[in-house]
Design a protein around this ligand. Structure first.
Ligand code: SAM
Ligand code: SF4
Ligand code: FES
Length: 345
């Protein structure tokens, strides 16, 4: 019965909420789901895996999300902020390693105002690279200025579409403003990425199913899904970790329902399960974001404990990922890796 549902989703790219909940709740259909998602991934986005070089340029944050080590009340974190020149230099190095996209990620750090950010974007744009921003909530005007200065994509996870839960876990932030940001980004012509933090205390399977339908309704371009990894320096330090297998089933369902999306195997899955990225890449995902941040800063960008690659160099990560991808019988995609568009709009 569930296997028939999986095959139907593979053919029609549609499931209703009840069916999604049944599949999310069924570890016994995980392999069938992953196999179907892997076929859809092959058919729609091919065997190439896009590598995006991740630059973690500031761990200073004005927000106070209950799960995140960068939250403003965490006094145990040594804070840092790279200069514009350092950020551009890291982008140049990323280009040297063969990356065609850089992802600029940070806490919500107001120091990086429109003027500073636009200057950095214009410099990086000269390198002929695609640029993804992941710097949190801003106004329509700011997003517009970043877009005009050269940003192509934007990652802003909704974390959960349960409004009450969202506002409890991201105190001082409003769900409506989060959705407004995603809509503004779409209107401005960004490729928009969002996603779920799996295993938030109080999150139900119904709520995860609603997240999936929300992403399909918004027709988002990128989907980052990761399990919660409790951080002892945050109020959620004693909570249970998110479930790797539930995360995997969610990734597979997303591939079935949004066949053209770019879906990363996130750092959090590898932190939780060694070899987790390969498992997720074989279950519907087609993107990896290796770290190109250097030295001490990797360790200090401490969202959660046990983060991988903190003592590795950008060259280590590049070589490591290339080897792993080849060992899977896949290859590193050339080009900037924009979203595939084959389905009728
Ligand atoms: N500040 C920006 C924002 O919130 O969109 C970008 C950086 S933020 C650190 C990137 C993502 O890290 C968040 O969307 C959240 O899902 C994830 N994250 C934070 N704390 C985490 C934790 N303890 N376990 C797993 N993921 C976490
Ligand atoms: Fe700041 Fe983003 Fe962490 Fe929230 S998730 S505390 S906005 S860095
Ligand atoms: Fe960093 Fe493997 S990806 S060492």
């Amino acid at each position: 019965m569930l296997d028939r549902l999986v095959l139907r989703a593979e053919r029609e790219h549609r499931l209703d909420k009840e069916d999604l909940v049944s599949l999310l709740a069924s570890p016994e259909c995980e392999e069938a789901l992953a196999a179907a998602a892997d076929r859809v991934r092959h058919a729609y986005v091919g065997d190439g895996i896009h590598l995006r070089g991740l630059i973690e340029f500031s761990n200073i944050c004005r927000q106070n999300c209950m799960y995140c080590g960068l939250r403003r009340d965490n006094r145990r974190l040594e804070r840092y902020r790279l200069s514009g020149e350092e950020i551009v230099m890291l982008a140049e190095k990323a280009k040297g390693y063969g990356y065609r996209t850089v992802v600029l990620q940070s806490g919500e750090d107001p120091y990086f105002n429109v003027e500073r950010m636009a200057g950095i974007l214009r410099e990086i744009k000269k390198l002929d690279m695609a640029i993804t921003l992941s710097i949190g909530e801003r106004s329509y005007e700011e997003y517009k200025a970043f877009r005009e200065a050269g940003a192509d994509r934007y990652l802003l996870r909704i974390e959960t579409t349960n409004e009450a839960l969202y506002e409890k876990l991201d105190p001082g932030m409003s769900y409506k403003n989060r959705v407004r940001c995603l809509q503004d980004l779409k209107r401005l012509g960004y490729e928009v990425g969002t996603g779920t933090l799996v295993g938030l205390p109080g999150q139900s399977l119904e709520s995860i199913a609603e997240d999936i339908l929300f992403y399909q309704e918004m027709d988002v371009d990128m989907l980052g899904i990761g399990p919660l990894i409790p951080n002892g320096d945050t109020p959620l330090g004693d909570e249970e970790a998110g479930d790797f297998h539930l995360t995997r089933r969610m990734v597979s369902l997303l591939r079935l329902l949004l066949p053209e999306a770019n879906i990363p195997a996130t750092t959090a899955v590898e932190t939780m399960v060694k070899g987790g990225r390969e498992i997720i890449l074989a279950s519907g995902a087609n993107v990896v974001m290796p770290n190109v941040t250097e030295g001490e800063y990797r360790r200090k960008y401490a969202l959660y404990p046990g983060k991988i690659c903190v003592s590795d160099t950008p060259a280590d990560c590049r070589g490591c990922m290339e080897g792993r991808i080849r060992a899977m019988g896949r290859y590193v995609a050339k080009g900037k890796g924009f979203r595939a568009r084959t389905l009728p709009q």
